[in-house]
Design a binder for this molecule. Sequence first.
Ligand SMILES: Nc1ncnc2c1ncn2[C@@H]1O[C@H](COP(=O)(O)OP(=O)(O)OP(=O)(O)O)[C@@H](O)[C@H]1O
Length: 262
Amino acid sequence: MLRAEGIHKRYRRNPPVLAGVDLAFDGPVVLSGANGSGKSTLLRIVAGCTSPTAGRVRGRPRVVGYLPDRFPAQLRMPAGVYLRHLAAIRGTAAEPELLDALGFAGPREEAMARLSKGNAQKVGLAQALGGGPGLVVLDEPWAGLDRAAADHLPVLLAHLDVPLLVTDHTGRAARIPGARHVRLVDGVLIPEPADADTGPLAAPAVAVVLRAVDPAALLAELGLRGRVDADRACLTLPPGEVDAVLLAALRHGGSVVSVGPA
Ligand SMILES: Nc1ncnc2c1ncn2[C@@H]1O[C@H](COP(=O)(O)OP(=O)(O)OP(=O)(O)O)[C@@H](O)[C@H]1O
């Protein structure tokens, strides 16, 4: 099984971005977290594009389908040539039907640099999903997609029978069947319920009230949503997440006012 073990990452002398990430890919994994929390860094490490400072990824397959957060579409190569070229490198047949499935509406034989953002993203997705990858890593795949493509993407992902790691700020990843949802907070992963961004939390839930000089900033640092009331941040959390959130809040200078049934 593909497994990330004890992953640490720090850039130069900066504070560590990842501080001991363990992740087993026993199904699709959806990763969330605040801006700058290290999601793209973890994805690059799992995809094999960046080395961790410590730790390792075991069981990475030979072919990884990777959509980076900034897909390099500023290429003079046309989309059709680009996809055929990648398929030749991987020793597989090109899969132009993936572009059709995503509703690609740009010119296939003109420079990719002229594509709209959404059509360039569809080329990025087609190169990541095509060619029989043994692992698919997608960084914000819904960015720039029109409604039809955005609705269709979970269907495409549901048919993958290889490990999948995906980040998502839109909440659409909640529609990937059987996905496990995790959040990066302070460089480590904490579990998150699938519907945390899109619907009511599964019962039983825990009400947590934190005090901070700037409660909105505290929530942002924790990568969580909650109600701000004067110097307080009010959260509703699943029980399994409470300890990690309290610890992270204390580390960020907050204090705990109350913890009780929601
Ligand atoms: N190549 C790099 N060199 C130095 N610092 C980097 C590098 N890449 C990322 N960082 C820093 O690491 C931290 C995590 O960045 P990363 O892009 O992994 O976060 P993220 O959770 O994906 O953010 P976002 O949601 O904004 O895309 C940030 O502070 C960022 O500035």
